[in-house]
Design a binder for this molecule. Structure first.
Ligand code: G3I
Length: 375
């Protein structure tokens, strides 16, 4: 297995030597090109942070995150299950910490997520009474969104509310509150957090049928005179299975509604799935087998190259539409933390991000950076 980045690292270290004297002073910290600086004029570059990273308990992340990213999203700690575990009790510990982390490093925080059918606290999952669901809904949005008004840049107000055919997902919210609950969620968030941008976030909304559902949803919110600032295409795709044409059509279609377009949970899995169709619905899982975990000890160069070429192609598309795209967030910082190591099959070794398990940049990183060197 050739040491893939030596050639690249030497080239870029030379570049930094030429550009950034201050770094030289800090001999101990290896310097790498910075995604956030390189794409500064194009769009924010973000990453989802786990608990260890939010609490700065991961030395390598502690260097890499402020160096590379201009936006962060909490992977789990702002979800209702964590932040609102019982009826009248909120747990803002980690949420406060990621907000403080963002303020300390001048990094924009995207709140994820106020209203989602998954990762709900037990007291909500078992609710039968519609009035109780409504009270939870109002209290949760008002309490959480108002706490961080002016402190966080944006919210995924509603996450994954559509079925694959673009119709409203059947959830405790649609069943107990009716089909207008999404408009109401944005209305409440607008009042509770006037200083934050408000987004609808989902997976597979680049696909024409589900995209049509998302467009109808955005138009419904706008028609109600309620603010929606952007739409998040999650971007959980697989190497060699990226729907580039659908993605470009989606960027253009959503931007035509006057909202910002973001890629909010980008990762490119290199492992096949038992059903071999793309989705991100965590309720779908499958049994472990060695056949389904082919790269436990490292990624073959051929797949590494495919991954790098796919990311390069994606970023060429993002740069082509940089006037419409406000943020590209990776769902994690390094391969080791990716949810795709445990989904849909637990115990696999996946390689979906730009930094490897040692937090070293992968060929995909250098391919993306090189796009801007050509500018
Ligand atoms: O915190 C508990 C821990 O106390 C317990 O010991 C452990 C044992 O299972 O579970 C821990 O909770 C896990 C949590 O991540 C924190 O690590 C949950 O089981 C696990 O299900 C949860 O997975 C998260 C998943 O959302 C749940 O829906 C993933 O980390 C997170 O990456 C993933 O993110 C979602 C986005 O929010 C929305 N879009 C799809 C994306 C991928 O599914």
């Amino acid at each position: 297995m050739i040491r893939y980045n030596l050639k690249y690292q030497l080239f870029f270290s030379l570049l930094i030597l030429l550009n950034t004297n201050s770094v030289i002073g800090q001999q101990s910290i290896p310097q790498t090109a910075s995604l956030k600086s390189i794409f500064k004029k194009d769009f924010l570059i973000g990453a989802a942070l786990n608990t260890k990273q939010i609490e700065d308990k991961d030395p390598k992340s502690a260097v890499l995150i402020p160096q590379q990213f201009s936006a962060i999203t909490p992977e789990n700690c702002m979800k209702a299950e964590v932040i609102h575990p019982t009826w009248d009790m909120y747990n803002f510990d980690l949420a406060d910490k990621i907000v403080a982390y963002g303020q300390k490093h001048h990094i924009k925080v995207n709140g994820h997520t106020l209203i989602w059918h998954s990762q709900l606290p037990a007291f909500v999952r078992n609710m039968q009474n519609a009035d109780s669901v409504k009270q939870f809904f109002n209290n949760h949005i008002n309490t959480v969104a108002s706490r961080y008004d002016g402190k966080i840049f944006s919210w995924d107000v509603v996450n994954e509310a559509l079925e694959e055919d673009g119709t409203l997902r059947k959830s405790i919210y649609s069943q107990k509150l009716g089909e207008n609950y999404i408009v109401e969620a944005f209305r409440l968030a607008q009042a509770a957090s006037p200083k934050s941008e408000l987004y609808y976030n989902d997976y597979n909304i680049e696909q024409p049928t589900k995209r049509a559902g998302a467009i109808a949803l955005i138009k419904k919110i706008q028609a109600a005179g309620v603010r929606i600032d952007g739409v998040g295409i999650q971007g959980h795709w697989r190497v060699n299975h990226i729907p580039f044409k659908d993605i470009e059509e989606s960027i253009i279609a959503f931007a035509a509604l006057g909202v910002k377009v973001m890629f909010t949970e980008l990762d490119l899995g290199v492992l096949s799935n038992p059903w071999d169709k793309d989705a991100a619905d965590v309720s779908q899982t499958a049994q472990y087998s060695e056949k389904m975990n082919p790269y436990p000890n490292g990624l073959p160069d051929s797949v590494q190259t495919q991954l790098a070429n796919n990311y390069e192609e994606l970023f060429k598309l993002f740069l082509k539409h940089k006037d419409k795209i406000s943020r590209v967030t990776f769902w994690g910082v390094s391969d080791g933390q990716s949810w795709l190591n445990g989904w849909p099959i637990r115990g696999r070794t996946n390689y979906p991000l730009l930094f490897d398990r040692n937090f070293d940049p992968k060929p995909a990183f250098y391919k993306i950076v090189a796009l801007k060197q050509k500018d």
